[in-house]
Design a protein. Sequence first.
Length: 359
Amino acid sequence: MAAPTKVKFAVIGAGLIGPRHARAVAKSDDAQLVAVVDVTSTGQRLADELGAAYYKSVAEMLQSSDKPDAAIICTPNNTHVPVAKELSSAGVHVLVEKPFSTDIPSGKELVEHLARSGVKALVGHHRRFNPYMVAVKDIVSSGSLGDIIAINGMWTTYKPLDYFDPPAEWRRGGTGGVILINMVHEVDLLHHLFGPITRVHAEKTISRRGFEAEEGAALTIRFQSGVVGTFLVSDNVPSAHNFESGTGENPLIPRAGQDFYRIFGTEASLSVPDMTKMSYPGVPTQKSWHSELIQQRILVSDGIPFELQLAHFVKVIRGEESSKCTPREGLAALVVCQAIKDALNGNRTVDIEVVDSYC
């Protein structure tokens, strides 16, 4: 039997995350990078490096002989919706980097547009494919922790000032803060692990840079299931308690192995990413703080999340799998992030309506 034809991809945007996606496509046995679209010379250099065509606009690419089957959208946050609509209207399948949109009305409009267009769509919450999170999901779903009671999480690091310099000065504004850029990943993982979030309380951290973009927050969270949690997020403190440093996922960020999640159940607790499960010996009725806890290390498989996400998207396009992060799920994460931003305005509590048909 002949091998399936490679799915032709374009990468839209060659900034911080676009090159990682482009190299994953170029490395794939099932995908082919045919084009890079970017308004800057960075896009030209990336296209030349990977042997792809270069275009300065999506419209120019769509009118060319390099029109792709699918595209990965890595443009600034506020352009995700119009770019996704332009591509999907032309019949191009889309992987939309997070955040799915920068406001709820345009996010809802994009969900409806994608449904009408008939293209396959995936939201780029690639951490769902990280082997550590695959293992955590399996552990939580297995019931070996018992009923989940609470989650404690951290995403804390230091972004240098040049992170906010042109051409990325948009990161200084209201759509470029730590909530929409970083906390949106955490919200999606929390949804993935524990179900919908229905309430948040937020206390804003002190601003040191003086930008419009928020720098951090201390959060308390309630889930529809009754699980509660706390979360500290900041991009302006020297710390290795974050997903990237903990898992080593991003080659540009040194791996430190510090924990960033602690999950507490009725039968055991789990620390991530050291993957230490702690429980009392004997039968459940004999649990006691007087007993020494047994520690068990959980093994985690290998794998690069961007490559695993791409392989999944190819299967979605071919009709072999259903999307593991749908537009509605991308919108659900945005709804919570908007609630967090609203809560930061006055350090208050905000109730959240669960997005219809959340999966």
